[in-house]
Ligand binder design. Structure first.
Ligand code: RI2
Length: 314
């Protein structure tokens, strides 16, 4: 078999996802669908089986960039499962259509989540969010557009400080936003009378547990203690069919130099897990584009959305 060589643009996307220049489960999913589409478009021979092999290899390479967010795998799945055609050109055209459809639906899903989620926000509420989640931001911005006078606390989110992005995005839209260090969450929830927490998701499991940015589960515990609702904003392609089949989510551990330079700490070990799991019992609701559901309904949603799936052996 011919050696597979990916085009430069495809390799660049792999790098951008791996180094987190493209980050956020939704954005990663859309970048993945676009990369698959462009990979198909780049093929200029006339062998359908060879094209399919190229796409499978491309999908595998994309899967290796970041291992935790199921959005990446589902983007591949939803792009490739509907693709078909008897000729190379037909197949390329259908991959293009499926990828475009995925991207369009994914953007629409974020908008819908914003509208549904905003209904859980009252005028003058103080809210808290963690990391940088487009779905959570959509909810907050929608509430702001509806002229609810909200205030938002955004955690810094070490070690990548994605909270800076959140704070800037909200401030640009005119939302009253305050940036806090991650360890201030418990103090702030009590001191500022926070009414609800909104976070995103990288993966939602069939038992209702949510995998999201490291620190999320601590915030959920604090919200539980304070008896305030903890909402997860997640498009349906963040739900994991793999979890239904018993697979455990692999928690990505990144380079420890993202935390500090180990050379400055002789004989000190470091760990840098970047996600954690929040059990269903600490989650009040998951806000999806198909509706606001209990985390305990995750199983049914996965069955409905992914039950009929044609598997591409990746
Ligand atoms: P949206 C991010 O992961 C964060 O964990 C965030 O909560 C989640 O993706 C969902 O983001 P990372 O790529 O899809 O920063 O809601 O590690 O934008």
């Amino acid at each position: 078999m011919k050696k597979i060589v990916f085009p430069d643009g495809f390799n660049e996307t792999l790098k951008e996802i791996h180094t987190m220049r493209i980050r956020g489960a939704g954005k990663i999913a859309r970048a993945t669908a676009k990369a698959i589409k462009e990979l198909a478009e780049s093929y200029d021979e006339d062998d359908l089986e060879e094209l399919k092999t190229l796409l499978i290899e491309g999908a595998r390479a994309l899967l290796n960039t970041r291992q935790t967010a199921i959005s990446l795998k589902n983007a591949i799945r939803l792009t490739l499962q509907g693709a078909g055609g008897k000729t190379v050109n037909e197949f390329k055209e259908s991959v293009k259509n499926e990828a475009n459809r995925f991207i369009k639906n994914s953007l629409k899903a974020v908008e819908t989540i914003g509208i549904y989620g905003s209904k859980r926000i009252e005028d003058s509420d103080t809210l808290l969010t963690h990391c940088n989640s487009s779905a959570s931001i959509a909810v907050i911005i929608q509430a702001h557009k509806e002229e609810k006078k909200i205030r938002v606390f955004a955690t810094e989110t070490r070690p990548w400080n994605q909270g800076y992005l959140t704070a800037r995005e909200l401030a640009e839209k005119g939302v009253d936003v305050t940036l806090i260090v991650d360890s201030a969450v418990r103090y702030i929830i009590e001191d500022e009378d926070v009414k609800a927490v909104f976070v995103g998701a990288d993966t939602v499991c069939s038992n209702g547990a949510v995998i999201n940015k490291i620190g999320t589960s601590q915030i959920a515990l604090v919200a539980h203690e304070a008896r305030i609702p903890f909402y997860v904003c997640a498009e349906t392609y963040k739900f994991s069919p793999e979890s239904l089949r018993g697979e455990l989510v692999k928690i990505e551990e990144r380079d420890v130099r993202e935390i500090a330079n180990p050379k400055n700490f002789p004989n000190v070990r470091f760990r840098n897990p970047v996600f954690d799991a929040t059990p269903a019992e600490y989650i009040d609701a998951i806000i999806t584009e198909k509706g606001v559901i209990s985390p305990h309904a995750a199983y049914d949603l996965i069955e409905k959305e992914f039950g009929e799936m044609i598997e591409w052996s990746l």
